[in-house]
Design a protein. Structure first.
Length: 301
């Protein structure tokens, strides 16, 4: 009798374990399928974004005064759209509205760009980020291994777990900021709204945030009414149109040297959701006229 009871108990344990394993495997498979569907929905959002940019390029080709501004279709928010039992959404941000972080250091001779450093200091103060991170960013980009005061070079990064070496060159993507001493995740999320690694030397005045405009033309910080007029009168067809709004401020900063009214680089964010699973696709592309866009970077979460 005792042996029979033990055999029944053992069989019960085996059946329960098998049932639990089968149920867990089924749920895991279902979650993987849902995640895959969400990923394809996010990619679909990216494809729609590419189509919008291509259509805008065709419209620009037919226009005698082409520009890129926040009033255009690609810049409008797109709510989630129901697709195949899930939802897909997208957003497009032109990278030319931001400051190119790689301008901190001259790529040809390795010399720090003092004027741009001052511009970046003003931006950091405007967005509530400590300018003390600047030496570490400069050390990350410059080609030498000489540690700046308050910066970090190879000795610091190789002491981390896991260890890694600084870039010692231009950042290929703005995600490099995550690896720099003194920049945590909240700081990175704030910086990515205003900084880019796209090779743009000018900022699109039609899409730039107020903080970027004030960093580039510091006089605007003391002339809020002028800044408000600039924001209200956008979009401008050409940088020179900004002179009439700036008035005497244009004597301190030549808009034609600082700004553009068109953008070449765009970041498309596609979001897909399916049965509780969510996927994000971030891609930066360079618009190539009316031809196919050129992929600059691709990242999925």
């Amino acid at each position: 009798m005792l042996a029979t009871l033990m055999a029944v108990a053992l069989m019960t344990v085996l059946v329960v374990d098998f049932t639990y394993s089968s149920s867990a495997s089924f749920r895991s498979s279902a979650n993987q399928i849902n995640a895959l569907r969400a990923d394809y929905l996010a990619r679909s959002g990216v494809n729609v974004g590419l189509g919008l940019l291509a259509q805008d390029a065709r419209n620009d080709a037919l226009s005698q005064q082409a520009y890129d501004g926040l009033d255009e279709l690609w810049a409008k928010p797109f709510p989630p759209l129901p697709v195949g039992g899930g939802t897909a959404s997208l957003s497009i941000v032109d990278e030319t509205r931001k400051l190119n972080i790689n301008q901190l250091v001259n790529a040809t001779n390795g010399v720090v760009n003092v004027a741009f450093t001052q511009t970046l200091e003003r931006l950091l103060q405007a967005i509530g980020v400590s300018p003390e991170i600047l030496p570490a960013i400069i050390d990350w980009i410059d080609r030498d291994s000489i540690e700046s005061q308050g910066g970090a070079e190879t000795d610091y990064y190789m002491s981390l777990i896991p260890p890694y070496e600084p870039r010692n060159g231009p950042m290929p993507t703005i995600a490099d900021l995550r690896m720099i001493r003194g920049i945590d995740d909240p700081t990175f999320m704030r910086l990515r709204e205003f900084l880019t690694a796209a090779p743009e030397s000018k900022v699109n005045v039609n899409t730039a945030p107020p903080e970027v405009l004030m960093a580039m033309i510091p006089e605007l910080a003391n002339q809020p009414s002028v800044l408000e007029t600039v924001l209200e009168q956008r979009p401008f067809r050409k940088p020179g149109d900004l002179n009439a709004v700036l008035g005497s401020l244009s004597e301190h900063a030549n808009p034609a040297n600082l700004f553009t009214t068109q953008s070449d680089y765009f970041t498309i964010t596609g979001v897909g959701s399916y049965s509780g699973a969510r996927s994000f696709v971030y891609t930066t592309v360079r618009r190539n006229g009316v031809g196919p866009a050129l992929l600059s970077s691709w990242h999925e979460d």
